[in-house]
Design a protein around this ligand. Structure first.
Ligand code: ADP
Length: 255
């Protein structure tokens, strides 16, 4: 057995809402290891515990029982303040509804996490501009969310999640509000963040087409992990290989 711990380890994680006769077991003893650099799609029927598990792994909520180790640290034993610090330092969040401040420019939305961290105005500006550039929104810095498409708004949300350079990106149905074309663009962006920058991604999705970009699929049923499979040919990899293969042909055609 290896003595190096994975980035994330869940052991016997349970979560109970309510008490006594009305107690509801949202998670029933979940064991899960996630290595740094993985890209995991979390799937399963509605009510199976996906969001509850994501909230615990993102340090937003605490388990009723069990252990959650992040880089070997027992997160379940941390105080609320310590958990908040851990979140700000290591985690970025992207949600289905974008959750941008409506009357605030793309640039200012992306600067927010850095403002909470007390960084200077010039450092915030530089980092936010770079993050917006990385998600393909150079030139859109001063637009407000209402002046952007759904796909562009989700890119701003991803830039905001990435600006503090998190180790883990947690995305809860990031393409749930987008059409197929824009969903694919977002998935390609997430794929690149994982493949090029090594960001660990945990993504809840209902859509098999979007889960196909992930390297691993964990399926929850009734508060438990029902299956856990590797995807040796994620869509992003196939596209990257197709690009590489296509390049010499193109060069020949140009000449
Ligand atoms: P999923 O994300 O797979 O749809 P959830 O993790 O949201 O599932 O929910 C799992 C179960 O826990 C569901 O039965 C849900 O109704 C219940 N649940 C989730 N959050 C709460 C809460 N804050 N209070 C009470 N029950 C909850």
């Amino acid at each position: 057995m290896s003595d190096t711990l994975p980035l994330i380890r869940l052991r016997g994680i349970s979560k109970v809402y309510g008490e006594g006769a009305t107690a509801l077991w949202a998670l029933k003893g979940v064991n899960l290891d996630i290595e740094a650099g993985d890209f995991v799609a979390i799937m399963g029927p509605s009510g199976s515990g996906k969001s509850t598990a994501m909230n615990i792994m993102g340090g937003l909520d605490t388990p009723t029982a069990g252990q959650f180790l992040f880089q070997g640290v027992h997160v379940e034993s941390l105080t609320r303040d310590q958990r908040a610090r851990l979140r700000r330092r290591f985690f970025g969040f992207v949600f289905q509804g974008f959750n941008l401040l409506a009357r605030t420019s793309a640039q200012e939305n992306v600067e927010l996490p850095l403002l909470y961290r007390g960084e200077s105005a010039s450092a915030r500006r530089t980092a936010a501009a770079r993050a917006l550039d990385a998600v393909g929104l150079k030139g859109w810095e001063h637009h407000k969310p209402s002046q952007l498409s759904g796909g562009q708004q989700q890119r701003v949300a991803i830039a905001r999640a990435m600006v503090s350079e998190p180790a883990v990106l947690l995305a809860d149905e990031p393409t749930g509000n987008l059409d197929t074309h824009r969903s694919r663009e977002i998935m390609e962006l997430l794929w690149r963040l994982n493949a090029d920058k090594g960001i660990t991604i945990l993504m809840v999705t209902h859509e098999p087409d979007m889960a196909a970009y992930a390297r691993r699929m964990v399926r929850f049923v009734d508060g438990m992990v029902d299956s856990d499979t590797r995807n040796e040919h994620p869509v992003g990899l196939q596209e990257a290989e197709a690009d590489t293969a296509a390049a010499p042909t193109l060069a020949v055609q140009v000449r």
